[in-house]
Structures are given as C-alpha cells and as structure tokens.
Write a new protein. Structure first.
Length: 323
C-alpha cells in the first residue's frame, strides 16, 4: 500500500489559523472574559488607558528583545541592564544633573553594554545565551556595588518624576513614549535597509553573508539597540516610581520575551515584529490587569505567564509544520 503523505486540508487550515491569529484570538477571549466577570472595573476607558501605562515599559524593553531575536539571537542581560539604567538615572537626578542627561546618560551606557555584548558574540563566535547571561551577572554585581545594595529614593527631584508620573490630555507620558518608540522602530524594521538586513540575517545567515551583508556589524548593532532600550526602560521605571532598586528591572526579562513570542503569531507568523510585540505585551498587560482586579495572587499570575510562553512556542511549532 502507498502511504498517505498528504496533510488533511482541515488540519492545515487549523494550524494556519493558530499560527497567524492565535494571539489575537486569545486577546479577544481574555477581554471578553474579564469584561463579563468585572464589567464595572475592567471594561472602562480609564482602565484601558491605565493598561497602556502599565505595559509601556514592557513594550520598550520588548522592542529591544525583538531586534535581537530578528537576527536569531537572545540577550539574557536585558533585565540587569534595565536595573543599571534605573540606578544610574536616579543617582544622577539626586546629584542635580539636568533631567535630559539623567535619561540620556543611562541610554548611552546601555548602548555601550549592548555593543560589548554584540562584539564579543560576533568576533569570538560564542553563544549569545552564555555571553549575555554572564554579562548580566557582571552588571548585577556592579549595580549592587554602585548602590551599596540599597534603594535610591532620597532627594530625587520632582522634575525627574514628571516623565513617569504625568500625562498630556489624560494620556500618560509613558504611553506616549511607548507609541512613539513603537512607530520609530516599526519604521526602522520595515522601511529601512537596516531592518531588512536584520531579517535577512535572522532568516538565513549564510545566504546573507554570501550576498555581502556585514553580519558582525548588524548583529552588534542589534545588541547595542537592545541594550539602549533596556537601559531606557530602567530610567523610565525610576522616573515612574521616584526610586531605583539594584534589581528593579530584573522582572521585565521573562515578560519581554513572552511578548515577543506572542507577537510572532501576529502580522508576520513565526517572525519577530514590532507591532506583534506590542500586541503580545498588550495581551500580557490585559491579563495581569484583569487578574489583579479579580484579586488573583501574584504568584499565580507568574504561573499563567509562563504557561503562555509555552503555548506560544507550541503555536510556533504548529505553524512551522504547516508547510
């Protein structure tokens, strides 16, 4: 007998739907469920505006993770870089440094750390997992030394807190910054040659090298941008809280990559993309907001987030099999 090799059209269709619209379907279902369970608290304009503020920092750091994943690499140091950015910006603020420099200097520090990460990985051909994990450990130790292991909160001027705690026409400044950065990096990734080369390297590094793309240069640049956005996340977090802790940015690492993986089932199936990451972060933010309103313990929220990552990976596997 001849073996059956053709895939069922219904099976292929189902996998295609999951791969292309899984996150969108999940997001709609989550909104419906929380709207039914808590209509007076969840399904309000004010709450949805609040959600945009809550996810703003996650989106900023997740955009950086998206850039690194587009060249088929990972940066495990983004949480530590965010913590470093936060304490540096807060320390500068307490010393009376102009607010613009309190944000700009940590961003430059993050860019430098990312550049070092990328340079080590590309020039010595070592795994990004190991390199960035080690770099995160180094940065974490330095941050503890820099702060003495304590939170920076005394003598932080109100001007420094303005960005993180105010808004324009009822829209939080953090939400505005998030949307601007999303548009900027969407343009970079889709309309500029640097973005197309990122995707070319991530899709087929050998072919990209043969076509003349300087692999080391673009990979290093991706890591540098990632470090820059991670440090900016930390600085904005310090502004929002009016304080900075040496581990303040560590919690963003898992959720950042969860947002990226979820976003890979939106717009461009199986490919890291900026708008997909925004939507993935929105799903996580809506989920966290709804669970908090329903008074679900934080540890259970972490369990659910981890499960979402696993489901996203399964969806990606199903999508790749649909060929």
């Amino acid at each position: 007998m001849i073996a059956q090799t053709e895939k069922s059209p219904n099976k292929i269709f189902n996998k295609s739907v999951l791969s292309s619209y899984g996150t969108i379907i999940a997001g709609i279902l989550i909104i419906i469920i929380f709207s039914v369970l808590s209509p007076s608290s969840f399904a309000t304009v004010d709450n949805f505006i609040n959600i945009t503020r809550q996810i703003s920092l996650l989106v900023v750091i997740a955009v950086g993770a998206t850039l690194v994943m587009s060249v088929n690499e990972f940066d495990l140091s983004i949480g530590a870089i965010a913590s470093l950015g936060g304490v540096v910006s807060a320390k500068l603020a307490t010393e009376g440094v102009p607010i613009v420099l309190c944000i700009l200097i940590p961003v430059l520090v993050g860019f430098l750390v990312g550049f070092i990460n990328g340079s080590i990985i590309t020039h010595f051909n070592v795994l990004s997992f190991v390199t960035t994990l080690a770099m995160g450990t180094v940065i974490g130790g330095f941050t503890f030394w820099f702060t003495g292991g304590s939170t920076i909160f005394e003598n932080i001027p109100d001007g420094f807190k303005w960005i993180g705690q105010t808004g324009i026409a009822g829209i939080p400044m953090l939400s505005i910054i998030m949307l601007v950065l999303v548009l900027v990096f969407w343009f970079l990734m889709t309309q500029m040659s640097v973005g197309r080369r990122f995707y070319a390297i991530g899709g087929n590094e050998k072919a990209s090298k043969v076509s003349g793309i300087p692999i080391k240069k673009y990979k290093t640049f991706a890591f540098a941008l990632c470090g820059m956005l991670a440090a900016l996340t930390g600085a904005l977090l310090a502004s929002r809280l009016g304080s900075a802790h040496p581990t303040g940015g560590d919690g963003y690492f898992l959720n950042a990559y969860a947002a990226v993986f979820l976003g890979m089932t939106v717009v461009r199936s199986g490919i890291p993309n900026i708008f997909g990451t925004l939507f993935g972060a929105a799903v996580l933010g809506i989920l966290a907001n709804g669970l908090t309103i329903l008074e679900i313990p934080t540890f259970l929220q972490n369990v659910i987030t981890g499960m979402i990552i696993i489901i996203a990976l399964i969806i990606q596997k199903l999508g790749r099999e649909n060929t």
